[in-house]
Structures are given as structure tokens and as C-alpha cells.
Design a protein around this ligand. Structure first.
Ligand code: MG
Length: 249
């Protein structure tokens, strides 16, 4: 069942989303060559706590961080570590969740570290564009399939791989609620309705679609070791169109 949020719930989700956005604003500032992903985790954890929220990811199925930090060929679910030091030319995907009075905001962004290759720039630009194309279809009465199709079209136009095993999801009182949102067409007939809140999150690869999970049981990597990007917003289906709750300014 897909929940539809009350006015009060929406208010809390806006606030949770704004904390996620705050974390990303700070990530943009502090990400640089030489910083470890554990240090990024500490920065995120502090901001979430200072804003009287709970780091949603910390302890989720035993996950040890407040963020997921995934570099280069890592797609999602990278574990923050003092041993992962960012280098110029890397890309790093930061995914973060904040729970404020029981409601969750969830958002991810992939950041360049120093100078990156043209290929990686295209990957980041295209994945962000795919996210926004999907978000733009989040309208009352649209099929969820239209969101998936919009993302798929942007990815395929640039010949990027689309991660099949992971996707967007309803979000609210739980981080993962119905519906699941594929980032490609599946013939889904779910109709979007005002009040739904859904995290849209394309994960696109410079190479092929295939991914697998490392021995740490968390980190998802591309099978061909080519870079991957991940952009995500929590989005409310509003009366007058989509409202991004995790907007970065
Ligand atoms: Mg998510």
C-alpha cells in the first residue's frame, strides 16, 4: 500500500528534507583531496544531531555509518572509512537520511573531487538530468511508469548503463515504503496521487548495467569497474506538481 501524507506529516518531512539538504551543502564544501570518507561521515552525523534529528542510516540493518560514501566504481552503500581517502579525479556519491520526529528525508549526490575526466563529468551531468526528468513526472494522475521512462530515456540517450537491482522508493514513516521505483520501463501501472512522497534515485554507470555486492555485504560495485553516479531527491506529489523536499540551494 502506498501511504499519502497528512499536512502535519508533510511539514515534518519538509523539515527532515531540509536537514538532508544542509548535510549536502556542507559535503560540497568539505569534499576535497585528502579527506577520508569517515571524516565526511562525522561531519554529516554532527549536522543531523545538531538539528535534533536521527541519522536514519546508522544501524539500519546494522549499517555502521550515518552516510553511505561510494567512490568511483562503487554504486551505493559504501561504508565510511578512515582508510578511504579521496584523491583528485575521484567521484564520491554521498547518500544521507535524516529522521525528524519520525519522518524521513533521503537524498544523494555525487561530487567530483578536484579535476575529473570529461567522461565522469558527463556521467554526473546525465545522472542529475535523469533525476530531474524523473522528478518532473511526479504529478497527480501520472503513471509511476512515466517517471521510470523519463529516467531511462535520459540514460540511454548518452549510452549509460542503468542499475537494475536498486531504485527509488516510497519514503515517510519508514525509509523504504511502497512503491519501488525502477529506473527503466517495466510496465508499472501504479498511479501517482497527491500526498505520496517518493525518493527518486537514478544510479547510472559509465559502462554496463551489471553490479554486485562486495564481501563487506554492503558496497555495491559495477561489474566492469567503470564509474557510477547516484543522485536522489525525496519528492512530494503536490496539488500543483512535484515538490522536492531535499532541495539543495
Ligand atoms: Mg533512497
Amino acid at each position: 500500500m502506498i501511504s499519502r501524507k497528512s499536512r502535519e506529516e508533510l511539514k515534518l518531512m519538509r523539515h527532515a528534507g531540509s536537514i538532508v539538504a544542509l548535510v549536502h551543502q556542507e559535503m560540497k564544501k568539505v569534499i576535497c583531496e585528502g579527506i577520508s570518507t569517515l571524516e565526511l561521515d562525522e561531519v554529516a552525523h554532527k549536522i543531523i544531531k545538531e538539528n535534533k534529528a536521527v541519522p536514519t542510516f546508522l544501524g539500519y540493518h546494522g549499517f555502521p555509518g550515518s552516510i553511505c560514501a561510494s567512490i568511483n566504481e562503487q554504486v551505493v552503500h559504501g561504508i565510511p572509512s578512515k582508510d578511504v581517502i579521496l584523491r583528485s579525479g575521484d567521484i564520491v556519491s554521498i547518500d544521507v537520511g535524516a529522521t525528524f520526529r519520525g519522518l524521513v528525508g533521503d537524498g544523494a549526490w555525487t561530487y567530483p573531487v578536484g579535476e575529473i575526466t570529461e567522461d565522469k563529468k558527463m556521467l554526473l551531468e546525465t545522472t542529475q538530468k535523469a533525476l530531474m526528468a524523473g522528478v518532473s513526472r511526479m504529478m497527480n494522475g501520472n503513471l509511476l511508469e512515466e517517471v521510470s521512462a523519463a529516467i531511462e530515456d535520459v540514460a540511454l540517450a548518452k549510452g549509460l548503463g542503468i542499475v537494475r537491482q536498486y531504485g527509488g522508493h516510497g519514503v515517510g514513516r519508514n525509509m523504504h515504503e511502497d512503491p519501488f521505483v525502477f529506473n527503466y520501463r517495466t510496465g508499472n501501472k501504479t498511479i501517482l496521487k497527491t500526498g505520496m512522497t517518493i525518493a527518486i534515485e537514478p544510479m547510472l554507470n559509465l559502462g554496463k548495467d551489471d553490479v554486485y555486492v562486495l564481501d563487506d555485504d554492503w558496497t555495491v560495485v559495477t561489474a566492469d569497474e567503470k564509474p557510477s553516479a547516484h543522485f536522489e531527491h525525496t519528492v512530494y506529489v503536490g496539488e500543483n506538481g512535484p515538490e522536492i523536499l531535499t532541495k539543495l540551494s
